[in-house]
Design a protein around this ligand. Structure first.
Ligand code: PR8
Length: 469
């Protein structure tokens, strides 16, 4: 896919995911197909978080003084906040911010909720829209000014170790979410200059899009006691004294859906993992003049059986050319197409065409077993998509020994560069400037002796860099 950006924009429109013509920059309309894709993605996220987080919903507006309380945090967001200044014609005494994220909406209430050590840990999440006046080039789902699908989790802990454990736990939860979506990732600890405003450190998930640029698709932040001190979130210990709590927060956005579309799509269009596809199976009757009703009846029965089994199945009985139907459902990324014609009924067979391979398969038809047969095919597709996307990702991570080699790789193969790094901020920023890339962060600490590829000082880490969205 040479021009990913163009492909991405076109497919959102053609597959009716998003309408980008809404007359406010960076804000878009979810169309029915896109909304379903979003809904199923949120179901996966919700299922993972619901295990031990409580879902809540906070207001959209944050009073100016609360937003301003945490100095580093507000500095990080000051260029990006939308303000409500008036109620009708009346100027408000206190300006209200549209939440860019909800720390400063939630934590004044956490101040009231957290009382005793026995209240902790507390783990909440909400899925809401947030607003960021992004000044960099906006792109649907990828960099928007209204993030419509912001799933943010916020946790409170009694001690530092517990908060650290929560960061590791959140990374595990996010891994399982991305694995369900067959979206591959690299995980790094962001360099200090790129961490979340107010966090002690940030762990980030990045995936690789077909043009060789990476996309940050999720972040987990250890907030330490920064916000607890600002918002006076304290608890009474067993011995009766008062301690500041420790906090973490982590978030996902519309970018999760962008990555599902971007990672799996191909020249034909979308290729959706069965777990989130709005339609998982489309049945196309192969109709001739004779025996039309019999074929349709057979298809209806097949549809009903699969629906009873819990699948999302569409029967395309429109009176148009079969080829046109095939093209349309392939473009929309439906994981399985079933074709049934009079000859199949006669022979007790049917045709299955998985979207990911587009290879026709002839299978035995048995109404009793059709659910199991199709489910097995869907499971195979999920597995194959996961394997393929990870393989592509791994093939595009190159280890380099020097800056020139990194430059050559970036220009030729694109993708992610893995290198030995000293960990020094000025060296990291120098590297970013020289190569016009972002240093994604540290993947792991180095055991053996090595030199930093940029400054030749002793290297401490394996780090990753890439051109990014
Ligand atoms: C937090 N607070 O806010 P984060 N368009 C689409 N997706 C975006 C955009 C955007 N303009 N900006 C960020 N994201 C913390 C954690 C509550 C939850 C996505 O963290 O600022 C990115 O994928 O890192 C990012 O990883 C995620 O939202 C969370 O945003």
């Amino acid at each position: 896919m040479s021009k990913f950006s163009e492909w991405f924009h076109n497919i959102l429109e053609e597959a009716e995911i998003i309408d980008t013509r809404y007359p406010v920059k960076g804000m878009h309309v979810w169309l029915p197909q896109g909304f379903k894709l979003r809904k199923h993605t949120l179901e996966i996220i919700g299922k993972v978080l619901d295990r031990d987080h409580e879902e809540v919903q906070f207001p959209l507006l944050i009073p100016e003084d609360e937003l301003a309380k945490e100095g580093i945090h507000v500095k990080g967001f000051e260029d990006e906040v939308y303000w409500v200044t008036h109620g009708g014609l009346t100027k408000l005494n206190k300006k209200l911010a549209l939440r860019p994220t909800s720390e400063t909406a939630m934590y004044p209430l956490f101040n009231l909720w957290v009382r005793s050590h026995s209240d902790l840990p507390m783990k909440f999440y909400q899925t809401v829209n947030t607003f960021r006046y992004e000044t960099r080039h906006t792109r649907p789902l990828i960099r928007v000014r209204e993030i419509t699908t912001f799933t943010e989790a916020h946790t409170v802990h009694a001690d530092k170790g517990d908060a650290e454990k929560q960061v590791r736990e959140a990374v595990k939860l996010y891994k399982s979410i991305f694995d369900s979506l067959a979206v591959p990732y690299v995980i790094t600890t962001r360099p200090d200059w790129d961490k979340f405003p107010g966090a002690d450190y940030t762990v980030a998930f990045d995936t690789l899009l077909p043009d060789g640029k990476t996309l940050q698709i999720g972040t987990v932040h250890n907030l330490g006691q920064t916000f607890a001190r600002t918002f006076e979130i304290t608890y009474e210990t067993e011995s009766g004294d008062h301690q500041y709590a420790y906090q973490t927060c982590y978030g996902l956005s519309d970018r999760v859906i962008a990555s599902v579309i971007g990672v799996h799509g191909d020249e034909t269009g979308l290729c959706l993992p069965p777990a989130v596809a709005p339609i998982q199976v489309v049945i196309v009757p192969v109709i001739f003049k004779e025996g039309k009703e019999e074929v349709l009846e057979f298809c209806r029965k097949t549809q009903e059986t699969l629906q009873d089994g819990g699948l999302r199945v569409h029967l395309d009985d429109r009176d148009i050319r079969a080829g046109k139907k095939y093209y349309e459902w392939e473009m929309r990324g439906v994981p399985i197409r079933i074709e049934i014609g009079p000859r199949d009924i006669e022979n007790g067979t049917f045709v299955v065409v998985p979207r990911n391979t587009k290879k026709k398969e002839f299978l035995d038809y048995d109404l009793e077993k059709i659910m199991a047969t199709v489910q097995e095919k869907l499971d195979d597709i999920s597995k194959e998509m996961l394997e393929k996307s990870w393989q592509t990702m791994k093939e595009n991570i190159n280890t380099v020994e020097g800056v020139d080699e990194a430059m050559a790789k970036l220009n030729k193969d694109k993708g992610i560069i893995s290198f030995s790094w000293c960990g020094d901020t000025s060296c990291g920023k120098d590297l970013e400037e020289k190569l016009r890339v972002d240093l994604l962060g540290v993947q792991e600490d180095l055991e053996e002796e090595a030199e930093c590829v940029n400054c030749s000082a002793p290297a401490k880490h394996i780090a990753l860099l890439a051109r990014t969205y």
